[in-house]
Design a protein around this ligand. Structure first.
Ligand code: MN
Length: 498
């Protein structure tokens, strides 16, 4: 489910023929060494491919169009080694549709004090040649990442790695298709939005079905397949029966197993990667999908509850962006549920009725069957756990009527002080940056939702860069946030994005 293409990034060096063939041979040699070092570093999540040095308008234009047409090219890294007159780049840049990174580097790290002469200066002049290039990208208003520093520097390589993940999100966003069973929950505002504009901005296709269309798939799942999956659950998770009859408990779990198989088959056949349910619109489903949805999220599907297709698509996006990340800690739909307001221990208990992704779980995962306080179906089975600690990023994509705004909050995930033995749901607990009160105040000022798409593994900067590439407003709440400036920024944004 989380398989992405064999993505690669192109390394395109700019130069020209003013300084002769020997210089151009050196340029090509330097670029080859840099690319080889990148690929050997073990720091970059995707391979870098060296392209021939670009020294003319025709070759630049051709290469940018080749990048567009190669489905495995996820972005272009450019660097003007000597001097690459920027008018040569206009047509190529105008036609480039792939994410762009401007690596402002230089082959030598140190000035060679004893030997430096005019030939060396002419050959290694990205300090001025690369600014010529930067000028035209700025004049054309093209969104790009600029990374400054020596190519062998760890921090530079880490920034390239970070950008690659953003680029993947940019490339993959337009392949996200969301399947809604039913519609948005009645009377709820923040989960609503303009689906046409979402397709224009993000490339998301957002469709809907009658929930009974998937009920047919669920009912068609064989008993043998259902039992095999139930066995897997029983071997993988701790059974917390709360004194229920063992056979009755298992029957409830089996309903979720059947749902997991049936819903996934429906999504695979129709090529959907994200799904939305609604507890008030269950048709012939015996239970609200809980455990079933949790497992699908763990496999990489996006999910939003109560018709929240924006969060479903954002969760899918986060799953994709972190798909190739070593030791990724998890991503999920979360919901701000209840507060701890004890001074010094403030935080937000994150959960949902059931559907928190077990990728976030820390330690043992249990299965419980308990009544759902909403709706009119039988008690659903769900996975229960607490979540990992550490920094994370919580995002909320809201529709303000004339535009989308992506609210991005850096949060610190913690353990709650004591166990919560009566709580039958997976949970997380975090304190928003810069502190609880300021973080919540800013979130509310920005119009953030109670649902979030959350990731431990992505950063504020990556989400900002993704939002910028989509051409939407982004607003950050982090350690640097203060309310006075935040209000000012919202006002300025309302002018810029009107
Ligand atoms: Mn909800």
């Amino acid at each position: 489910m989380l398989e992405t293409k064999n993505y690669k990034f192109w390394f395109c060096t700019g130069s020209q023929d003013l300084y002769g063939d020997e210089c151009l041979r050196n340029v090509a040699d330097h670029s080859a060494k840099i690319v080889a070092a990148f690929n050997a570093s073990g720091k970059l999540p995707y391979e870098v491919v060296l392209k021939p040095t670009l020294i003319s308008q025709a070759s630049i234009r051709q290469t940018m169009n080749d990048a567009n047409n190669d489905p495995e090219c996820a972005g272009v890294i450019t660097w003007c080694h000597t001097f690459s007159p920027a008018k040569m780049w206009i047509l190529g840049l105008k036609e480039l549709t792939k994410p762009l990174c401007h690596l402002h580097t230089q082959f030598n790290e140190e000035i060679p004090y004893d030997t430096i002469d005019m030939d060396f200066m002419n050959e290694n002049q990205s300090a001025h040649g690369d600014r010529e290039y930067g000028h035209i990208v700025s004049r054309m208003g093209i969104e790009r990442e600029i990374i400054v520093g020596h190519w062998a520097n760890e921090k530079v390589q880490e920034r390239i790695a970070t950008w690659m993940i953003t680029a993947l999100g940019i490339i993959e966003s337009s392949h996200i298709r969301v399947c809604r069973f039913g519609d948005n929950m009645n009377n709820v505002a923040v989960t609503e939005g303009d689906k046409v504009e979402a397709q224009i901005k993000f490339g998301w296709e957002i469709d809907h079905y009658n929930v009974n269309d998937v009920v047919e798939y669920v009912n068609a799942v064989s008993e043998a397949d259902t039992n095999a999956l139930v066995e897997e659950y029983y071997s993988k998770y701790k059974i917390i029966d709360d004194g229920r009859d063992a056979a009755e408990f298992r029957r409830h779990v089996a309903v979720q197993a059947q749902q997991e198989i049936g819903i996934e088959k429906f999504l695979v056949e129709r090529d959907y990667q994200a799904v939305v349910t609604h507890f008030g619109m269950l048709g012939g489903l015996k239970q609200l999908p809980g455990l079933a949805i949790q497992r699908l999220m763990e496999k990489g599907y996006g999910f939003g509850a109560e018709g929240d297709w924006k969060t479903a698509a954002m969760v899918r996006l986060m799953k994709l962006m972190t798909a190739n990340m070593k030791d990724a800690k998890g991503a999920s739909l979360m919901e701000d549920y209840t507060y701890n307001l004890v001074p010094g221990k403030e935080g937000i208990l994150q959960s949902h009725m059931m559907e928190v992704c077990p990728s976030c779980a820390d330690g043992e995962i249990g299965i419980r069957v308990t009544p759902l306080s909403m709706g009119n179906r039988e008690d659903p089975a769900r996975l229960v756990f607490t979540s990992k600690t550490g920094p994370g990023v919580a995002t909320s994509l809201v529709d303000l009527g004339n535009r989308f705004r992506l609210i991005i909050n850096a949060v610190d995930c913690k353990k709650v002080e004591k166990p919560m033995p009566k709580l039958p749901v997976g949970t997380a607990f975090w304190t928003p940056q810069p502190d609880f009160a300021t973080g919540c105040e800013a979130w509310i000022l920005a119009g953030g939702a109670h649902h979030t798409a959350f990731s431990y593994d992505l950063t504020v900067d990556q989400m900002v860069a993704w939002g910028n590439a989509m051409g939407i407003e982004t607003i950050v709440i982090d350690e640097n946030t203060n309310i006075r400036d935040f209000k000012k920024e919202l006002k300025l944004n309302s002018v810029y994005y009107r």
